[in-house]
Design a protein around this ligand. Structure first.
Ligand code: AMP
Length: 400
């Protein structure tokens, strides 16, 4: 079975075509600058060169038409006909509180996603534009939505309700949703497999550390708590986002320093985190390099990041009913930053997690990086949200 996976953003579409018979990628691509005259179509077949075409791509439908034409092209295509595609899996950011699992995108589910758009105004509308384009170009093909929020729908109320006046939950739906769910789910499943533990018996803390950062407590394979919340501005600090802040600071910035909502928004989302503290870059590689050369603000930025991560790993471990099997690192930083992983693990011996500094030198591949006798295993698991989307899509389509 061949499944097309689409991640449709406001001005870009990432895609991969999966052969589910052997879990291989037939081609990948990235369409950029949608809406502009100099749109970019990047395409790479599994065996072949990457190509980059610059051409007008006025909307998502044009972009998807380009990709369908290309993957079936006589020369650079990877399938002879569009009929080979059995289904399309879409990454969707927000399912609100009604969507608790991956879903076939029926008119009812599409309506729910539209209603959840107020919670993710930058993401849900372009995600839906991708589905509309496929409906237009491949009428009748099953579209499956895989939601960033769905994995966290198993959190208990004590993890998702904020201690505000209760009516803000009941009347206004203000609650923790959590994000990066597809990634947390995937690495938890992979981690269980690596350690030979049944996924529904596996307890771990998954650390998705990329440009965005979220950590999740996974108990018996299900999310029971996570560090991102109603929005994506809490928990551990990120590339440019502050993460946890005392809300009194926001009020102070506005009431005493006279900053507008827009200015505060820009500060906490775009000018904080690794970038704000180091004064150098939001990229952990740059900050790490400067820290190695003795730059004090870069060293401080890494210390803040690791301090926040350690604090949350320990806190989330307490959600697991007394048994922690593994701590899992994933995404850009988690998979690659030897230094930050080491710093994040310092002190976690208190949980029974002992890092092996030799094994920790791994980058970008699956590995156990704890000592042989560490009671709690520490793992690196490269995330693969596209494969998770393809697997969920296959499962749903096979059951139709
Ligand atoms: P992601 O959002 O998962 O693509 O992760 C992006 C982030 O991963 C980048 O901004 C970098 O900070 C980080 N990253 C990628 N490679 C490395 C590396 N070799 N060392 C440290 N950080 C890295």
């Amino acid at each position: 079975m061949k499944i097309l996976v689409i991640n449709s953003g406001s001005s870009s579409i990432k895609f991969q075509l999966w052969n589910m018979d052997n879990h291989t990628v037939l081609c990948t691509g990235l369409i950029e600058r949608i809406g502009l005259d100099d749109g970019i179509f990047n395409y790479r077949p599994d065996e072949g060169e990457t190509t980059r075409d610059v051409l007008p791509i006025p909307n998502h439908t044009t972009g998807i038409k380009l990709l369908l034409d290309r993957i079936t092209d006589k020369n650079s295509g990877v399938i002879p006909s569009i009929e080979e595609i059995s289904a399309v899996g879409h990454r969707i950011v927000h399912g609100g509180d009604k969507i608790t699992k991956s879903e076939l995108m029926t008119p009812e589910i599409i309506q729910i996603v539209k209603e959840a758009s107020s919670l993710a105004p930058l993401h849900n509308p372009p995600n839906l534009a991708g589905i509309e384009a496929i409906e237009q170009l491949l009428p009748g093909i099953p579209n499956v939505g895989v939601f960033d929020t769905a994995f966290h729908s198993t959190m208990p109320p004590e993890a998702y309700i904020y201690p505000l006046d209760y009516k803000y939950y009941t009347e206004h739906g203000i609650r923790r949703f959590g994000f990066h769910g597809t990634s947390h789910n995937y690495v938890a499943l992979q981690g269980a497999k690596m350690l030979g533990i049944a996924p529904d018996k596996f307890n771990c803390v998954t650390c998705h550390m990329g440009n965005g950062v979220s950590l999740t407590a996974v108990k018996n394979g299900k999310s029971v708590d996570t560090t991102l919340g109603f929005g994506t501005m809490c928990g551990v600090m990120m590339g440019t986002r502050a993460g946890d802040l005392d809300p009194a600071i926001i009020l102070h910035l506005q009431d005493v320093l006279g900053m507008s909502t827009k200015e505060v928004n820009n500060l906490i989302y775009k000018e904080s985190g690794l970038k704000g503290i180091s004064g150098l870059s939001n990229d952990a590689r740059d900050v790490d390099e400067a820290a190695q050369k003795g730059n004090e603000r870069a060293i401080l930025a890494l210390k803040l990041f690791a301090h926040g991560a350690r604090k949350y790993i320990a806190a989330l471990a307490s959600d697991l009913g007394g048994r922690l099997d593994a701590i899992i690192f994933t995404a850009g930083i988690g998979e690659n930053s030897i230094n930050l992983r080491k710093m994040c693990c310092q002190g976690l011996e208190v949980l029974g997690a002992y890092l092996d500094t030799e094994k920790n030198t791994v980058r970008g591949k699956q590995a156990v990086i704890s000592t042989t006798d560490s009671p709690v295993k520490i793992l690196v698991v490269p995330t693969n949200e596209e494969l998770m989307i393809a697997m969920d899509t296959e499962r749903i389509v096979k059951a139709l």
